[in-house]
Write a new protein. Structure first.
Lengths: 240, 195
């Protein structure tokens, strides 16, 4: 059973290799950092899984790291997508607004469903749920925006958002049900999170394996022929 | 209580998005090769000079000056509906061009792919402008903001999301002319007429 828990580690290693092979760290550096951190975190957890206290420390330390990097990745996704669409001043406010909404709902939820954890661990869990909210907001927002603007899905940031969106939706659903069913639901919760995370990693591997839409740098463009230019000028003249 | 309702709403939104993505993946992100024949007959003509006059503050001032308040309100609503129709057409045309540019980008010829990239960029800007302007216009028309004495000024719709609508649409037309340069003159004529 313990080895099944580390299936995502194998998949994450494959994802990291894919990212390196495709030089995707240039396009999505935060996501690359997240993947590298996830591999290192899972390896550390695996190495110390037989030692109670080191495992406890490693688990919570890496959970805090996941929170932080999860937020950075969502910032990267929004910055890339919105940066290509608009230069409006309010576009810069979207991410802080989403973040505030996520933290607000997570804190309100923590008030309704009290946690047994205290101190720093409580804030790590609140942060984790806030990150899940942010991930669902960003994913669902993009799914709404893409057909409206006629964008294409085959882009790295959309792939990143899809993987996180699927995982975060499943985790929010199971966490909410977990608070209803209590510890009886623990096994199912563990299995569901494992399957959802593995699916998310498979989605990332698929998105990063297929080539992104080719962007042609303008410096490589050949000059149009004089005939083409004349035709172009005629067309412009007719438009006016 | 509200936080739980919000949580469920967000989970539902996320789940619906996952189902949508699954449907897209099932149909392999439907993508048809759009060629020139799928563009020109599908475009709706946009009268830019009409749009210019609707967004002209001087024209609006003249209306306000000449008409009484109830007549001006009625005229303003008519002008809003007319501009909404123009933005709808702009959005439709840019959608057609985005699809065309998307299939053009797959070509081996780097020049055509580059022109298609520029065309797509401009078309997406126009769609964003049309979307933002459409929301604003529908809001004005729905809530009848004139009743509350907050008179909507059409000239303010020239830019939305820091995108100058008419300028961007003109840039889209230029980009389309460049991308369709290979067309025979009569077809290029139809394109310029329809856009």
């Amino acid at each position: 059973m313990i080895f099944l828990t580390y299936i995502p580690l194998g998949l994450l290693a494959l994802l990291l290799w894919t990212l390196v092979r495709k030089s995707a760290y240039k396009a999505v550096p935060c996501f690359f950092a997240y993947t590298a951190f996830a591999v290192a975190a899972d390896v550390t957890r695996f190495l110390v899984h037989n030692h109670r206290h080191p495992y406890y420390a490693a688990y919570w330390f890496t959970e805090a790291g996941y929170d932080l990097l999860g937020i950075l990745v969502m910032y990267e996704v929004l910055r890339t997508v919105l940066g290509n669409l608009t230069r409006a001043w309010w576009a810069r406010l979207i991410f802080p607004a989403v973040l505030v909404a996520g933290v607000g709902i997570s804190l309100a939820r923590a008030d309704v469903v009290p946690s047994r954890l205290g101190g720093l661990l409580f804030y790590i869990v609140v942060g984790e749920i806030a990150v899940r909210f942010v991930q669902v907001f960003v994913f669902a927002g993009l799914v709404t925006l893409v057909p409206l603007l006629g964008l294409r899905w085959r882009q790295y940031p959309f792939g990143v958002a899809t993987g996180f969106g699927l995982y975060a939706t499943v985790m929010l659903l199971t966490t909410t049900k977990f608070s209803d069913f209590g510890t009886r639901f623990k096994f199912l919760w563990g299995v569901t999170s494992l399957v959802a995370y593995s699916l998310a990693v498979l989605i990332w591997i698929w998105f990063f394996s297929v080539p992104q839409k080719a962007e042609t740098p303008s410096s490589e463009l050949s000059a149009p022929s004089p005939g083409d230019l004349k035709q172009y000028k005629d067309a412009l003249r007719r438009m006016r | 209580m509200f936080s739980i309702i919000f949580t469920w709403l967000i989970v539902a939104w996320g789940a619906l998005s996952c189902i949508y993505m699954l449907r897209c993946a099932w149909s392999r992100f439907p993508k048809r090769d759009v060629d020139v024949d799928d563009v020109i007959p599908f475009l709706y003509p946009v009268d830019i000079s009409l749009a210019e006059s609707l967004l002209d503050p001087a024209t609006e001032f003249e209306f306000r000056w000449k008409l009484g308040p109830p007549q001006f309100r009625e005229a303003q609503r008519k002008r809003m509906r007319l501009f909404l129709e123009l933005t709808r057409r702009m959005a439709h045309n840019s959608k057609v061009l985005v699809e065309y540019a998307d299939s053009e980008k797959n070509r081996q010829d780097p020049r055509r792919a580059g022109l298609a990239s520029t065309l797509q960029e401009k078309a997406i800007e126009v769609r964003l402008y049309s979307l933002l302007t459409g929301i604003k216009l529908r809001f004005w028309l729905l809530l009848r903001t004139d009743i509350w004495n907050a008179k909507p000024v059409l000239a303010h719709l020239r830019t939305a999301g820091e995108i100058d609508g008419l300028q961007t649409y003109s840039a889209l037309k230029v980009a389309a002319a460049a991308a369709f340069m290979q067309l025979p003159p009569d077809e290029l004529d139809s394109l310029t007429r329809n856009l």
